[in-house]
Design a protein around this ligand. Structure first.
Ligand code: GDP
Length: 335
């Protein structure tokens, strides 16, 4: 039995999509399950020369034998989902839990009209927050109420349990980041539910004793989109000068940036019960790392940085991203 949960260690956009895709190709799980909040998160996968921006279909779709499931804790938008199923040609191996909440136009309108959400909180206006609020009031409609979703309905918790009982690997994809959590994040500048590994497990119906590994994904610098505190924030001029400029996958908004925050990362290790860390975008902070696949070939300052991360966080950095593609990864897990 093995269940690996992947979560974001900072404010989202850490490169979870690429790490999940890499792990799916390498570890060949029988199931990749998307947990998390909903289509307010965009995960990017660059694989075999193509770039995918996925808001609902699990990033592990690149491993063609994996079942792709979305757990009942995730809010879905039918149009976004059906488009992505087409885009990734995964119809025959995709399943959605009948108890997923469905985002409707009224939820999107509600968020768009709310000055509190658009100006103060800085929401993505994808309707997820309003949908989760309606769910808390037991007023939301579920996937089982929509005929266009009926071909995909599956008991996700039961499928995952059956895979784990057969000693298969299950890979769980969290969304957003630890400090966007409704409970542990920078309230009110946060998302509409918890985003830690425990929440990811609840989203798909896996109990805490079933989890074997929690991988936190950190970027080699910190970014944050929209409002809310960001310690050590750089000016946009300095961000551009360092080559750290990024734009959001869902909103296209320019992300704010700061250097790697060791204290925040340590807290993320504690909140998620992290067993391994992945560091992405090492090549952006240390350009000579670009495309490197062996740890020993990294430039010394990059190795020193990884060393500092391990010493401060108390966990091994087992995966290192040196470029956007699924094959630009340094693997340091023991076989
Ligand atoms: P996610 O939501 O956590 O999956 O992150 P995003 O998709 O919002 O942003 C990550 C971006 O960084 C995407 O454009 C990825 O293709 C890219 N990326 C991921 N890992 C690396 C890496 O190691 N190096 C570089 N240069 N880009 C990366």
């Amino acid at each position: 039995m093995a269940c690996t949960v992947v979560v974001g260690g900072f404010f989202g956009d850490e490169g979870k999509g690429k790490i999940v895709a890499y792990l799916a190709l390498k570890d060949k799980p029988s199931i990749v399950a998307r947990a998390g909040v909903g289509p307010n998160a965009g995960h990017t996968v660059e694989h075999a020369g193509r770039r995918y921006s996925l808001r609902l279909v699990p990033s592990g779709f690149v491993y063609e034998k994996a079942r792709l499931l979305i757990g009942p804790g995730v809010a879905v938008n039918s149009k976004v989902l059906l488009d992505e199923i087409e885009q990734t040609s995964c119809r025959s191996r995709f399943g959605l839990d009948p108890q997923c909440a469905v985002i409707e136009q009224t939820h999107i309108d509600e968020e768009t009209k709310s000055q509190h959400l658009t100006r103060t909180v800085g929401t993505t206006k994808s309707g997820v927050g309003a949908c989760n609020a309606a769910r808390a009031l037991r007023m939301v409609k579920l996937a089982r109420d929509f005929p266009e979703l009926s071909p995909y309905l599956k008991d996700v918790g039961a499928e995952i349990h059956s895979a784990l009982s057969s000693d298969d690997l299950v890979l769980v994809e969290g969304t957003q980041g630890t400090f966007l959590s409704l409970y542990h994040g920078t309230y009110p500048f946060c998302t509409s539910k918890d985003t830690t590994a425990s929440a990811a497990c609840a989203d798909i119906g896996v109990g805490p004793t079933m989890v074997t590994d929690v991988v936190a994904v950190f970027k080699a610098f910190v970014t944050r989109v929209g409002t809310g505190p960001l310690d050590g924030e750089l000016s946009s001029e300095e961000t551009r000068k360092r080559g750290w400029q990024e734009f959001g996958t869902v909103t296209g908004r320019e992300r704010r940036a700061a250097p790697f925050n060791f204290e925040l990362a340590k807290l993320a290790v504690r909140l998620n019960g992290v067993t391994q860390a992945a560091i992405t975008k090492l090549d952006i902070v240390f350009p000579e790392s670009k495309g490197v696949k062996e740890y020993n070939d990294l430039p010394i300052p990059a190795k020193d940085f990884i060393d500092r991360v391990e010493k401060n966080l108390g966990v091994a950095v087992t995966l290192i991203g040196t470029g956007p593609s699924t094959d630009e990864v340094i693997e340091r897990r023991e076989e």
